[in-house]
Design a binder for this molecule. Sequence first.
Ligand SMILES: *Cc1c(COP(=O)(O)O)cnc(C)c1O
Length: 391
Amino acid sequence: MSDTEIPEEAPVPQPTEELSSETAGGTLMIDLRAIQANYRYLAGRVGRAECGAAVKADAYGLGMIPVAQALWAAGCRTFFVALPCEGAKLRKTLPEATIYLLGGLLPGSADFVAEHNLQPVLSSVEEISEWAQFCRQQDRRLPAGIHVDTGINRLGLSRSQVECLAASHKDLRAFRITLIISHLACGDMPNAPMNREQLAVFDRLRALLPEARASIANSAGTLNVADFHYDLVRPGIALYGGKALIDRANPMKQVVSLYGTVLSVREVKAGETVGYSATWKCERNSQIAIISVGYADGFFRCLSGSSRSERAHVFIGGQFAPVVGRVSMDMITVDVTDVPSEFARRGGRAELIGPHITVDDLARWAGTIPYEVLTALGPRYCRLYSPYDPR
Ligand SMILES: *Cc1c(COP(=O)(O)O)cnc(C)c1O
């Protein structure tokens, strides 16, 4: 390697003056190298198939631009977003990428979509006519994907619509079909019979359409056996460290850590209560730490301390400390009676997500999925990005 090829430190977003580790209630650390490692792991699993990436919803809340740059540097060339507004933003950063819109063609958006060189994944007869008509007006056979429904009954052409289009419709020849996709309903349960049924329907429908690359696998499908990989996989959550398969260990590297700042610690006497509606009563004299992250930051109110079997914890001073009382908008209260006072003090840091508490743990405690935990991470954090490997 010549001197000029030695990778430079890649640029990542920096904390702003308003949102620094001193001024924000929490610090959110996003490890772009872990995302790259996860990408390489998934790409390595799928053999000759291409590995794309779902970066919709601001890359699941982690920051679409830095995440997409890191993925591009790791070799990713095909990106999936939901909406034209997301695609246009991504296009500014990645002029060469292939960008698909999973939400299809929003009514009246064809001009904008074409101008930003985005590919709608057309999912209804109406969308196909609108795109075809636009292509004829422009006298260009623009590229697009086609979404067929194989059982989830969300987006996608039904079997009879595919048959009808294939038999009679000139619309399909007005544009260039680059991809045929479908989506698994039970992908997170790798042995669910519905997965195989969907593959069979997918193969039947594809055979009726013009030849194009095929894709059915989200993260779960990517982690499943090769039958699900087809030509292109489109993982999201696994890239970001979340668990994609319910009954398996999560093989992905953790990407996110989140730390909250202790605002104060107070003594609460046995018999007194903590927080709104006085839902939690102290059974012993306790030390309660008030930590500056609340439901407005995505620490869901349903994580409030209760007698549920698995309650939410933070990790502070080498110990797990339970969340007690109601989660408020801007803060939580945590029982730190057993935590050494050099950690449980004003200005101390508590891990909410990190080496001891995974995104999957937090999701389980909240009765939800890691997707919702990540996409709910609020705008009030000081965000720190690790550099990524430039190649
Ligand atoms: C979001 C999405 C994906 C990515 O799903 P993960 O479960 O996060 O891997 C793939 N395909 C479609 C159609 C999606 O909407």
